[in-house]
Design a binder for this molecule. Sequence first.
Ligand SMILES: [Zn+2]
Length: 272
Amino acid sequence: MVRFGPSGNDIKFYADGNQSSVDAPRWLTAMGLNAYEISFGRGIRMTDKTAQIIGKQAAANGVQISVHAPYYINLANSANLEKNYHYIKRSLELLALMGGKRLVVHTGCQMQMTREEALNNCHQSLRIILKRLQNDGIDDYWLCLETMGKYTQIGNLDEICTLCAIDPKHLMPTVDLGHMNCTAQGQLDLERVFQQLAIFPQVHFHISFIEFNLKGEIRHLTLADEQFGFDLNLVMKLMRQRPGDDVVICESDSIMAQDSLKLRDFYLQQNR
Ligand SMILES: [Zn+2]
């Protein structure tokens, strides 16, 4: 079953009288959605207690939780390995309390290095982190390495696929089609993307329409945008041909849950 849900809380969630993410699973289920991504992008501020409450709510309502790790993780920066490890480990601990397994991670950015140096550092950091998690007894998780929207960031689809090959039991791609459409300058070849994904039995997707310029990503829009979009019918047709354990997270501006429903409906309309 492909799952659909938003990243963060829709304006309608608040308009309906909800205030806290602990109420999100119940609200999402009532809407017909079954996935929910919580962002620690700007910092990990959740307590264990809140994570446990969200976990109970998620289980009771059949909603699968994923978490987005802090944006300041940069695996290309070897000097920060200790901090990066801590952020990933702590995110995984809270994610486990919420009953989820998928942690979305931005691999890193190039900084003053060559692309090759930066990528080598990412490979090394990742190997060390995976080993340390194992040593710390953490095994039941996925790090979902994300395809990025700016050219200076590590993470085009080729790079992400190569990194995921380090450990196919704990690494899968977060395929952000919006980001990839930005770096393709609006010319994303969806058939080719899905061909490349065929080696992965499960993929985490981020889908939104994103404004871009020659440097790449600028800002997230909604699926109603007519200038920066791509063919969602084709996306869902291709997704229908996959094994079916993917999760699709919508990152639209403000109406991410309402747009998640649109994505789900596009998917359901496709014939197998
Ligand atoms: Zn991201």
